[in-house]
Design a binder for this molecule. Sequence first.
Ligand code: GLN
Length: 456
Amino acid sequence: TEACLEAIEAAGALNAFVHKTPEIARKRAQAADARIKSGDAPAMCGIPVGIKDLFCTKGVPSQAASNILRNFRPEYESTVSQQLMDAGAVMLGKLNMDEFAMGSSNETSCYGNAVNPWRRGNDDAQLTPGGSSGGSASAVAADLCLAATGTDTGGSIRQPAAFTGITGIKPTYGRCSRWGIVAFASSLDQAGPMTKDVRDAAIMLGAMCGHDPKDSTSADIPVPDFEAALTGDIRGKKIGIPREYRMDGMPDEIEALWAKGTEMMRDAGAEIVDISLPHTKYALPAYYVVAPAEASSNLARYDGVRYGHRAKLAQGDGITEMYEKTRAEGFGHEVQRRVMIGTYVLSAGFYDAYYNRARKVRALIKKDFEDVFADGIDAILTPATPSAAFGLGEMADADPIAMYLNDVFTVTVNLAGLPGISVPAGLDRQGLPLGLQLIGRPWEEGDLLNHAYVLE
Ligand code: GLN
């Protein structure tokens, strides 16, 4: 814990930690010490971790990287962070992210972006750690903590993990409680671990998940010992390679990485099968209707009355002006864009054309996966991202679609509610990390982690 606290001070330029909690950390580290000495050390005992700013942490600022939640200190602790604490983990502080988890580069944060500790060759230009869990990824990659929590609505654990050379798993929807996590798109949001390797991910996931009556979508399904599943034996397993993920204009480095991953699985005794997920091309547009729709509804609660920021009002301003001014000041551009898109696609005249159609597409995407799993496929291998980490400021705010394209390989997993993992799988020509994604059957995270274990 002390070493991490020092490293955090030394790495201020990464802007990964946005609230530091050294006193809490030292107190919990001492308590963990005592537990270890008494021979009662749970899974995460004494392990220093960072918590994404999206998680409510009791008495500690929890702002979802938004000005609208400025100085918000929750009265309660999220279930996931509570479970980690109960398992002995030591919270070092809160981690940077995109505002309300909307983004792929960490550039929508009200604190300014976190920075990727990696550089392109000898080039000094700063790169994005990815998003939205960019602070988490940067902190783990730079050894500021041993592990961090992330959340993933459309790729926000897996894309930053790939950009920073770490491991990140989004569990099956319902595996981790969403209680106390600031909601973005409730039918897609899941928490998960971001760690240095697959074994750490297995241990931390075990500590984070489980049934929680406070979240009506939390599943009452037993949590197996994920670490025990890491045998490295995948002989006879069937790995699907979905042809629709082979996109036009895909960089050859990504192709080569994918081929290398396929070979590693074959060498380990798995059978490689060409598969089709025919509705893949509709996933990104469907996601960018469903996610903003749910976001516009979830974010209606930030009205200047209940949380955080309230605009200064002029003489004669009424409640409408109070809402308008507060939301205009408190939300950043990307969040405003999502609220407007969401409101539009849910409006009476356009509901069927957009929202309902996107929901139907979502059902078809889910069915594509069910069909291949019913055919005996055990895991699906794809690239995690279409490129390595890009430069900060390179994807201008003027073209949000270019930014959304980052999520092309990851959003299908959220739409279908499946578990997906990104593992570091090599470096590109400029020495930047690249990740491979494995997608598994629902509730079989142990098996998925074991497949990833073979790639590491
Ligand atoms: N980049 C995607 C978005 O902006 C995914 C974000 C996430 O998973 N939280 O919506």
